[in-house]
Ligand binder design. Sequence first.
Ligand code: NDP
Length: 460
Amino acid sequence: MSDFDVDLFVIGGGSGGVRAARIAAGYGAKVMLAEEYRVGGTCVIRGCVPKKLMVYAGRFADEFEDAAGFGWTVEKPRFDWATLKRRRDAEVTRLEGIYDTNLIRAGVEIAPERAVIEDPHTVRLLTSGRTIRAERILVAVGAHPVKEPAVPGIGLAITSNEVFELESLPERILVIGGGYIAVEFAGVFAALGSATTLLHRGAGLLRGFDDEVRDALAEAYSHRMDLRLGRTLTGIERRDGALCARLDDGSEIRVDQVLIATGRKPNVAGLGLDRVGIEVDAAGAIPVDAYSQTKVPSIYAVGDVTNRANLTPVAIREGHAFADTVYGGKPTCVDHHLIPTAVFSTPEIGVVGHSEAVARELYGTIDVYKARFRPMKATLSGRDERILMKVIVACATDRVVGVHIVGHDAGEVIQAVGIAVTMGATKADFDRTIAVHPTAAEELVTLRVPEVTKHPVGVG
Ligand code: NDP
């Protein structure tokens, strides 16, 4: 008879934890999962899913305008926030139910309460007071938005958690940050009709992305909102029913909401890591090896709490790999090097592989193929927009090492391109692929002349 109540105790019912629990149970493990908030985690409850629904909502604004060029008359469209919120929240609840059902069907016992680690094989449930002995513990508790910079009045700002609870569309909103979340929400609010200011401390948005992608986004956003780069927030105060945000240049912005999106931190506080001797790294994340195992052999961690690549599909892959490794007899590591990603700004961004600057450092001589063009739809809509497509090739091997797209459906396109790049496609493979005409994506296979060949830094 085993000493343990369960084979696996999963702390956290987000993307990584749910996948790990379900797959482990499928291999025959006895699994229990604790979730203190709502099963589905950040992605389903207050992240990717409700955010994308809001992105869709915002994009109708352009569609209504563009329709005129194709002969449609659209009488003054009106947007109702309450309808969007109600329908969005209902969809989130529906998905939450599916996650719950799938776990239960897989045989996973769900504890709807907070769990903390007592020792390498014991978890305590804080509401019921139960203590569970587990052969292994998987920490999949995710991360939370930070409220930084720590300036006076920062408590008046909301984060990407509270943004989903707003009961009305703010007439004026200030969004602070230059990462995925700031860029996506600034785009949503601007499209829905809020007077939107996006404030970022850096000279360009989306640090780490290819410079031309960053420039293209900043250019597009400068026409859609008040974009303030290279500026910082020095304080917020409530005055005459508005929030007044002060900037480092002495200027002031009056708004109804301030949304802070300056990063996220792992949810390790009070988890009991100190009781088992796990020390977090400088970012507050749990260090793990390639199999997501911590320094305590019975304790594993996946997802944002490990701060490897903080993306839902990566957490899912890590959770699945953990279950395959430990319960399926198939040791599996997750390759974190080639991760296709999309930013749901408008225009949308899709990327797989390296930026030009990084590719040049890694591969020496590279060819850069580029197309910047007006999409066909814009010829009749009259919308002033450009699509950017950029393909980066390592000359020594002809391998495509980076693809960058800014424009409609970039996320959809990059998912398919990601397969080719993951398989190691060469530029010759792209060239022999027959174009789908007329599409924007056909540019990816019709680029013949490199715009520029860049040699290793220092070689000229
Ligand atoms: P990011 O880490 O991506 O960006 C944080 C931004 O805030 C950066 O622009 C950073 O500037 C700025 N910043 C950080 N600290 C300060 C400060 N003290 N004062 C002013 N500015 C500051 O975080 P996000 O919150 O945008 O997103 C969190 C994670 O969620 C991302 O890493 C991403 O992986 C994931 N995500 C993915 C999405 C997707 O796949 N579409 C959508 C949403 C989130 P600087 O660049 O100068 O450091």
